[in-house]
Write a protein that binds this ligand. Structure first.
Ligand code: GDP
Length: 295
């Protein structure tokens, strides 16, 4: 994961670690390399610049030049700041409702349906949770079929209504079905489109207003880099969502989305998807991710 970024950061910090004498010049040079590595990984320029400015200030504040092990101190400062940038403490999802309603949003192909299954499967293993999946894509019958396949695979019931063409009505019926049948978590999989458009935004916004979910999650493909961040912004402007799900982190992604999304929308990444299988889900821990990136 993020091999290229890890290599570049390692090289950037290596210079500083290897120097006999640490000077203001090579600290500045190192931070420039760090910034370059972040930008190359698709972190937006402003975020990267801000990042290195904060690290520089902290380095000066902690007298990095006279520290016993300046190289290690710099690595620690970069790691801490990377953790902070990705969200600080790990955050869970709100399951306080009865049932708790979780609305999934995102573009088509981002991994919404797959993640809905993964999340249901993940919650099912907690003995107190009985999840129901609800299929709200009224445009693509194949999407409903896909959710049924996922549900069968993990042994979770799927609510769908192929006659109903109003997604708000389907989600309401799904929640009523959950209440009547003892499900305490409802995961609503919605229709996505290939790009942000008004119809999709109005539709998801209508569902959101009608059902008032405890948790609204935005699913995004990490492979889409800067676009992931722009899409997150558009969805957040409409939905004011609670958290981000970053999928396809098992692919050849450069890491920019993971690093910049929190600072752009100020919402935490809650889970990551690391494969197509139902088990390929991880809670996102910023500190662990920073550790992984910096080695
Ligand atoms: P949706 O249109 O948003 O519902 O997206 P899907 O759930 O149908 O996913 C689109 C494609 O991405 C499918 O082929 C999934 O198997 C794949 N996919 C979803 N999540 C992941 C992931 O974390 N890693 C990988 N490698 N593939 C994924």
């Amino acid at each position: 994961m993020f091999d290229n970024l890890s290599d570049k950061l390692d090289k950037a910090l290596h210079v500083l670690k290897g120097h006999g004498q640490i000077t203001e010049v090579n600290v500045a040079e190192t931070l420039k390399e760090v910034r370059r590595a972040l930008v190359d990984a698709d972190v937006n320029f402003k975020t990267a610049k801000n990042f290195t400015n904060v690290v520089k200030e902290k380095a000066l504040g902690q007298n990095v030049l006279t520290a016993l092990k300046p190289g290690q101190l710099m690595v620690k400062l970069v790691k801490d700041e990377l953790t902070e940038l990705m969200g600080g403490d790990a955050e869970g999802i709100n399951l306080s409702g009865n049932p708790s309603v979780i609305l999934m949003s995102g573009l088509q192909g981002s991994g919404k349906t797959t993640f809905s299954g993964k999340l249901a499967n993940f919650l099912k293993t907690k003995k107190t949770k009985k999840p129901l999946l609800v299929a709200c894509d009224v445009y693509r019958p194949a999407a409903i079929d896909q959710l049924h396949v996922v549900g069968d695979q993990i042994g979770v019931e799927v609510f769908s209504d192929r006659e109903e063409k109003n997604p708000v009505a389907i989600s309401e019926k799904g929640i009523a079905y959950a209440k009547a049948n003892g499900f305490n978590v409802v995961i609503i999989d919605t229709a996505g489109r290939l790009a942000v458009d008004e119809v999709m935004m109005n539709e998801i916004s209508d569902i959101h207003k009608a059902i008032k979910p405890q948790e609204t999650l935005f699913v995004v493909d990490a492979m889409t880099g800067q676009d992931a961040v722009n899409t997150a912004k558009a969805f957040n402007d409409t939905l004011n969502f609670d958290g981000v799900i970053l999928t396809k982190l098992d692919g050849d992604t450069r890491g920019g989305a993971a690093i910049s999304i929190k600072s752009v929308v100020n919402k935490p990444i809650k889970f990551i998807g690391t494969g197509e299988k139902m088990e390929a889900i991880d809670i996102f821990y910023p500190a662990r991710m920073a550790e992984r990136i910096l080695g």
